[in-house]
Write a protein that binds this ligand. Structure first.
Ligand SMILES: C[S@@+](CC[C@H](N)C(=O)[O-])C[C@H]1O[C@@H](n2cnc3c(N)ncnc32)[C@H](O)[C@@H]1O
Length: 393
């Protein structure tokens, strides 16, 4: 494909992504993969270039762009080389017309930018949400005693964690060490959240929103496969990913429970007041993960955010009911919006007696309300709010 044809292809892909963002359709990654499947003539260099153009354009547009072409024109505004490719050549994009619509730049749709500002997120911090994330891995201590053997790439140790960082796009999934469960892909922020829980061998731990089990596996390792570890979620598809992952990681104690939305407490009644630790990795807006899913900011609406904050408050109360006297609850969101983090914990502590803030010293993050906040700009991790609260004895 010519460079101009790659731009036109990127415009077509962006059209699909914009349409999907407006109607809660498939995520960008899946749409890009589908486009490549439908256009087999695209070679590996073409694919790499198209993927890069598409993600650069998504990052460049704050609000949802009017069209793929408007998004690409927005990206080309400060890039003369890119602009020159709008040359009307065969398979390339038509020449730029005077008064053509150009998408707005910015961090996010206006209402969402306002919410970030209201949550005390600085311009620098907000911009860091749209940078590119490295690939972090956790060394699985259920399988690795001492030093990890040689890997195809060296990776840099992440201070404060038992972890290695690789450049973005490193294909660790192709490595033997990954297939053998010696390393797990997990952002350093997620690893920090697992550390906050403070799970130890012999404990009873409930991972209330376990999803595919990324944090469950880290908890099993912290517990050295000793104790009770419940992984619960309402999403059958995600929860079903845990068994093969646990097998690979040697996480023998993870037990899954599929929850019925609205009736979660019934399935968990056996653990009421019994858990040493409850982790709530709550469903959230994901504003802290825009480095990986930049188009997620086009999908969020004030209504969907309201629904999420209501669900978070409900899950917080449900999780708290499982904690035994003297036990702890760790509440986590990969979001920098205070209504999903700092304010949730403040409201809980204001309205419930017998609980106190107990967030431990962690390798990343700065104090934020009763917890800590991690931001790519400061911590090099995804954005997170993490708070641990303790129940009186
Ligand atoms: C941030 S994700 C969890 C990611 C997971 N802990 C990990 O480390 O991979 C939030 C999860 O909450 C789950 N969820 C949504 N509503 C829920 C509910 N009512 N009860 C329990 N889990 C719920 C979602 O299905 C999703 O898997």
């Amino acid at each position: 494909m010519t460079p101009a044809a790659r731009i036109q292809a990127s415009i077509e892909v962006l059209d699909r992504i914009i349409e999907a963002a407006r109607h809660q359709g498939p995520p960008a990654d899946r749409l890009i993969a589908q486009w490549f499947k439908d256009h087999r003539f695209a070679g590996s260099k073409d694919k790499r270039a198209i993927r890069e153009h598409v993600y650069d354009a998504i990052r460049a547009c704050g609000p949802v762009p009017q069209s793929g072409r408007a998004a690409m024109l927005g990206l080309a505004e400060d890039n003369a080389e890119l602009k020159a490719l709008f040359d009307g050549s065969n398979y390339g994009p038509a020449a730029i017309q005077p008064d053509e619509t150009v998408a707005d730049d910015g961090i996010a749709p206006d209402w969402l930018e306002d919410r970030l500002i209201a949550s005390g997120v600085s311009q620098e911090e907000a911009e860091s949400l749209l940078t590119r994330a490295p690939l972090d891995t956790r060394i699985n201590r259920l399988k690795v005693d001492g030093a990890l053997g040689d890997l195809p790439e060296a990776g840099g140790p992440i201070e404060g964690l038992d972890a290695l960082r690789f450049p973005m796009g490193t294909r660790v999934e192709d490595w033997d060490a990954y297939a053998l469960g010696l390393i797990e892909v997990q952002d350093a922020g997620s690893q920090t959240a697992c550390l906050a829980v403070g799970a130890a061998p012999g404990d009873t731990v409930v991972d209330l929103c376990a999803g595919g089990g990324g944090k469950t596996l880290a908890l099993a390792a912290a517990m050295q496969n000793s104790g009770t570890l419940i992984a619960a979620d309402t999403d059958k598809r995600r929860l079903s990913q845990l068994a093969p992952r646990a097998e690979r990681a040697g996480a023998a104690i993870a037990e899954t429970i599929l929850l019925d939305p609205g009736k979660e407490g019934e399935a968990l009644s056996a653990w009421k007041g019994k858990a040493d630790h409850v982790l709530i990795d709550a469903p959230c807006s994901g504003t802290g993960t825009w480095r990986r899913n930049p188009e997620a900011r086009w999908r969020l609406t004030p209504d969907s955010l309201d629904r999420l904050t209501q669900l978070q408050a409900r899950l917080l109360r449900l999780g708290a009911s499982l904690v035994k006297p003297g036990g702890h609850l760790t509440y986590v969101t990969c979001s920098l919006l205070d209504e999903e983090g700092k304010a949730q914990i403040a409201q809980f502590l204001d309205s419930e007696t017998g609980w106190n803030a107990a967030t431990p010293e962690l390798p990343f993050g700065r104090p934020h309300g009763h917890g800590i906040r991690l931001v790519p700009h400061h911590d090099g991790t995804d954005g997170f709010f993490i708070a641990r609260i303790g129940k009186a004895c």
